[in-house]
Design a protein around this ligand. Sequence first.
Ligand code: GLN
Length: 277
Amino acid sequence: MYRKIFIDKYLKNGFSFDEAKVEVDFALEVLFNYTYKDFMLGKSIEKWQLAKLEKVLNERISTHRPIQQIIGQAFFYGRKFFVDENTLIPRPETELLVQETLKLATKFEKPKILDIGTGTGCIPITLVVENKNIFAESVDISFETIETAKKNVLLHNVFEKVRLYQSDLFENVDGTYNIIVSNPPYIPIKDKETLQVEVRDYDPASALYTSDEYGVEFYIKIIEQAKKYLLPDGYLLFELGINQHIIVEKCLKDNGFSDINVVQDYNSIERIIIAKA
Ligand code: GLN
């Protein structure tokens, strides 16, 4: 069957079986709404669909461009989002950041949330879809990124609940919020050559790198200003890179934050840090 031919093609080119299976099924579902269940039921694929799939997978295999960027869509929290060369492809770890933010949001009647560095807009859009009481504001340093995030706001029909605008961190922000959340760049630029080609050559550089040695530049910049923008009893949440929780926790304490909580991801990596203003 064709599914196997495509998977074999991945394997021959040095990809793992898991990667191959996930990506072939992803392409079939996003491009043609053809699910694994359809495959099990023996539903066939049309000739033109095979040709399209072949073209997409050939590009993926020969260039290592991420499949989500080739197709222009990714899944986050079970929903589709447009992605392009100006937006970080949403990662499963970030779903944990959204989950923790949703838990905290229940403490407020009408939670007002600021998301810094929005990319596709996956965080604010998921928050307002999951909890109808939330209003989210979202900023990104890049105008192009904001344009793509706006397409996702329209796709999910939440333009009354999410406000998007360009801002370098807090530069153009003038409100106050119950919660500030961010998944900022956290890879030290010196580690660039150690990254997978998929990330290094295709995710936008402004979404990935910091200029400091430990990848904590943006956490520190946000923490130092966050209190001005947080309402009483407000919270600050970050997604973290590996081993960054120690430095970030110290910085939070030094800036008067309390009730600090670190949450591990499914690989037992300290991934999310939460602090109270
Ligand atoms: N907030 C977006 C995400 O988590 C983008 C993050 C970024 O560009 N660093 O996917």
